[in-house]
Design a protein around this ligand. Structure first.
Ligand code: MOS
Length: 736
């Protein structure tokens, strides 16, 4: 199904199932511990041996020699996998560094070997017996120190360009009566999902099957086949349940390649989970940024000049954090510039983490907007309303398909009781606690991508959906079932959804908050193709037929849907494919984030009192799973504002706090009531579903709302995230 003009009315608009808070159909499996995860596939890979990955002890340099004898002779050891067992180039097009080192080492904890043994403990013990003689070389580990050498990257990622300019930014900024020029830093962050990267691999008939924890089945299926130099039909990748990803599982990691190599070498099924302390330095992370935002406005608050520069670092050949991109399009203003610069750092590979670009970008931009509002003496909600734009400010002929940012702000201000906020900071105090409120705008793009599915009406009368889409804890199973139920006129409990198998039609996968809209649109396309086939089989005209309550209604006939499959299952496959609609229209999602904090006047501790996100994200397919996504994202925003910080050892080049004890994320005690409001504005330009992404939107702007609330509470402006108490102490009001 081609989608290249705004959607008209379709079966989806009936809203009988789609748009309803259907509880997650995988919920019982999850809560009873019976959903099989990649490391637990005893059912399909009994008698699997255990792989234990050894990470490099140096960040940069060379392995001079490696002594494996003691490890090989250790109890239970079946094989040791090293670079010698790996293909010539042990990385895929999705990796910056090789998935196994040797002789060169590119980053700390890059895999150098994997021991395969009968038990996990035996593999771990033997790995400690591997003796490696390293030649350590100097590396570059400090973004601030390398900032001056940062260069213009080929692109700013996701189709962005490194430098943009409209009008005369420098002239307009110099001439503006009110300006802010603010520099913020955001730290390296780790995805810290609950389920580690894990793979179980089995070889048979010259091919390999892997059960792995992965967001993008087709990408990784192709990548593994390429790394192993096998035809794609000799590789099968299965990822039906994923215990969180946040971007860490978009691309192949060491567990995937090494499980396959280990199983081949040991002649046994092998399972590998990256131990928690390896994850931070072996896999990817969100790169630290330095960001400078300059905004000039007239005295009425209209932005006349807006500029955003971002610096980040990555290994040679890597890419930048795309922190400036939203500033190209979020606010009005005739004179604009963005600039992205990339330094070479020898830290582990940087890459996408939930809402790459906007998440750190808005942490800087939305602080600058708060500072501008204060200088202007304009309420920060009003300042954002004044600078709303309904067109892409770089190309005014290109309209936003749907943009209700102003409604987000107004609804949020009303619901949150924004009028209670004191404009001057440090004015509200309850005992030892300083109380403040903050607001920030939220913006996240909405990406369109091809997505296919196959649907089968079984002879039993049930409908099965097959697509290689993943459910990374997001609710994909449920919204896909809702889509099929709506389109075919069946109840949700007559739909079976099969996800995450490379043998099935290629979906958009889970990433960049594109999964829900695209994957359900693909299922809708397949269902419409099936309706056509069914009509043909029954000799009726599909245009006159309604699919309702398990029946087909046409003229005065009421045919049970199951009749179409009486003499055999009937199946159809199709994909949603997009033209240039996302070039003709600007497609994006919007939010207003509100936060109230209490900051202890003596200790500087921050407690979030409450938060609200008002989201404009097209049709909400399932308000229950969407709300879960948004409150999860807001929780991540609390972490970004207050805690998350992968601390770099600048001498030896690694992230020091490499486990969940040292790398702090919010726990229940840190998270108060979070409220989410969804505006109801289906977007006819995004797909036949009229839905958009929402899972990352909840993070975009959330941390800045916390930062702005802390400023309002204390009068202390911290521009170096995370806002830990040590950064507040000196700045707390002297009388506090
Ligand atoms: Mo997202 S960072 O594309 O999983």
């Amino acid at each position: 199904m081609k989608f290249d003009s705004p959607a008209g009315t379709s079966a989806i608009d009936q809203g009988r199932v789609v748009g309803k808070p259907v509880p997650r159909i995988d919920g019982p499996l999850k809560t009873t511990g019976t959903a099989p995860y990649a490391y637990e596939r005893h059912d399909v890979a009994p008698d699997a041996a255990y792989g234990y990955v050894l990470g490099s002890a140096i960040a940069k340099g060379r392995i001079r020699s490696m002594a494996l004898d003691a490890a090989m002779a250790a109890p239970g050891v079946l094989a040791v996998v090293t670079r010698d067992d790996a293909p010539a180039d042990p990385k895929s097009g999705f990796n910056t560094a090789r998935l196994i080192a040797g002789p060169d080492v590119e980053h700390y904890d890059q895999a150098v070997a994997m021991v395969v043994a009968e038990t996990f403990e035996q593999a771990r013990a033997a790995a400690q017996l591997i003796r490696i003689d390293y030649a350590r070389a100097d590396g570059r580990f400090d973004l601030a120190a390398e900032k001056g050498s940062a260069a213009k990257p080929p692109s700013s990622g996701f189709g962005g360009v490194a430098d943009t300019a409209v009008g005369d930014f420098a002239g307009a900024f110099a001439a503006a009566p009110v300006t802010v020029d603010t520099t913020c830093t955001t730290p390296d962050q780790s995805h810290a999902m609950m389920e580690p990267h894990a793979t179980t691999a089995v070889w048979d008939d010259g091919g390999v099957r892997v059960w792995t924890s992965n967001q993008m089945v087709a990408w990784n299926h192709g990548a593994l086949a390429k790394m192993l130099a096998l035809p794609k039909d000799k590789v099968r990748l299965i990822s039906p349940y994923v215990g969180g990803g946040f971007g860490a599982k978009l691309f192949p990691r060491a567990d995937l390649l090494l499980a396959a190599l280990g199983a081949r070498k040991a002649g046994r099924p092998v399972k590998v989970a990256l131990q928690r302390p390896l994850i931070m330095n072996n896999t990817t992370h969100r790169p630290a940024t330095i960001q400078r935002v300059r905004i000039g406005a007239d005295r009425d608050g209209r932005i006349t000049a807006i500029g955003h520069e971002g610096w980040s670092g990555d290994l040679p050949g890597g890419g930048p954090e795309t922190a400036v991109n939203q500033t190209r399009i979020f606010y009005a203003g005739a004179n604009r510039m963005t600039r992205t610069r990339l330094a070479v750092l020898d830290l582990p590979e940087g890459n996408a983490m939930r809402a790459p670009g906007e998440a750190p970008g808005l942490m800087a931009l939305e602080i600058a907007m708060d500072e501008l509002a204060e200088k202007l003496g304009i309420d920060p909600v009003e300042l954002r309303i004044i600078n709303d734009t309904q067109v892409d400010p770089e190309q005014p002929e290109r309209r936003f398909s749907e943009r209700h940012f102003v409604e987000c702000l107004r609804t949020g201000a009303e619901r949150f009781g924004w009028s209670e906020r004191r404009a001057r900071p440090g004015q509200r105090r309850e005992g030892d606690w300083l109380i403040g409120m903050g607001v920030a705008g939220g913006f996240r793009n909405n990406l369109l991508g091809k997505s296919a599915a196959r649907v089968t009406l079984e002879t039993s009368g049930r409908l099965t959906v097959h697509t290689d889409m993943t459910d990374i804890g997001t609710g994909s199973y449920t919204i896909i079932a809702q889509t099929a139920a709506e389109t075919m006129g069946l109840p949700v409990d007559r739909i079976d959804v099969r996800l995450g198998d490379s043998a099935d039609p290629v979906s958009a996968g889970s990433g960049g908050q594109w999964g829900a809209n695209n994957s359900t649109a693909g299922v809708y396309a397949a269902c419409m193709a099936l309706r056509e086939k069914i009509a043909t089989a029954l000799g009726i005209n599909s245009a006159d037929a309604r699919f309702e309550d398990g029946r087909i209604l046409t003229g005065n006939r009421r045919i049970p849907l199951g009749d179409a499959a009486r003499s055999g299952a009937i199946s159809a496959e199709d994909a949603i494919e997009y033209g240039d609609i996302d070039e003709r229209f600007a497609l994006a999602t919007f939010a207003a984030h509100f936060c109230e904090v209490a900051v202890n006047a003596i200790t500087g501790e921050t407690r979030i009192k409450r938060m609200l996100a008002v989201c404009d994200a097209g049709r909400i397919l399932n308000p229950m799973s969407a709300r879960s996504q948004v409150i999860g994202a807001m929780t991540m925003g609390i972490g970004a504002a207050l805690m998350e910080d992968a601390v770099v050892d600048k001498r030896f080049g690694f992230f020091v706090n490499h486990d969940l004890a040292g790398y702090e994320v919010p726990v229940h005690a840190d998270v108060p009531h979070l409220e989410v409001v969804f505006l109801d504005h289906p977007d006819a330009c995004s797909s036949p579903m009229k839905a958009k992404g929402v899972g990352e939107l909840g993070l975009c702007g959330a941390a800045a709302a916390v930062a702005n609330a802390i400023y309002n509470a204390t009068g202390a402006r911290v521009r170096e995230y995370p806002i830990t108490l040590d950064k507040l102490l000196d700045a707390l009001p002297a009388n506090a």
